[in-house]
Design a protein. Structure first.
Length: 199
């Protein structure tokens, strides 16, 4: 049975079109966080962006296409940050890398709440699987460059574990102090685990 795919957005050709698309995506991101994906309408996205509904449909044929574009843009931003972190942490102890990775991911999640909100939307998951695989590869590469070296395969396992740990505090919406405390406890647990591996 064929799997339905999300219609792809139309790429803007001029600067004005790029600015419109950026405004539409920013408005969609705000609304997805405020109201949730299901409760947000295409009309609300257009109104929030100060655009005609026809303009929205010109660039994004469906709400799913808007969500995919928003998530992919933020995933690209995260990818750039992970790449920069890899350059900064080369040859460091795995526990230090974990500390810096948790700090980066914690800040990213706090400043990009729509990223987490859109990760589990139903529908065609192929593009999200590719996005997650890329992120796992980047996190594995961070740990693979640790010194002393980690045992074979541990970097790949950590690349699966860390994103799952980061999801735990996300359930604590509106409880910033508790969420930050939980995140710190998770960071300390992983740090101690990696430090113990030296023994």
């Amino acid at each position: 049975m064929a799997v339905a795919t999300v219609p792809q957005p139309r790429a803007p050709q001029q600067r004005r079109g790029h600015d419109r698309v950026a405004a539409l995506m920013a408005s969609a991101a705000e609304l997805f966080v405020e109201k949730g994906f299901d409760a947000t309408t295409m009309t609300e996205i257009a109104v929030r962006a100060g655009a005609a509904i026809g303009t929205l449909y010109l660039f994004f044929p469906t709400k799913e296409a808007v969500a995919q574009a928003v998530l992919m843009a933020q995933a690209e931003e995260l990818s750039g940050q992970l790449y920069a972190l890899r350059e900064q942490t080369e040859g460091m102890h795995a526990a230090t890398i974990a500390d810096q990775l948790f700090a980066l991911l914690g800040t990213f999640m706090a400043t990009h709440p729509v990223y987490s909100a859109l990760l589990d939307l139903p529908g065609d998951d192929r593009w999200r699987r590719a996005m997650r695989a890329r992120r796992r590869g980047q996190i594995a590469a961070l740990f693979a460059q640790a010194y002393p070296p980690l045992p074979a395969g541990q970097a790949e396992r950590l690349a699966v574990i860390v994103p799952q740990l980061m999801r735990i505090p996300l359930a604590l919406i509106g409880e910033k102090r508790l969420r930050d405390g939980v995140l710190d406890e998770l960071r300390l647990m992983l740090n101690r685990h990696l430090e113990a591996g030296d023994g």
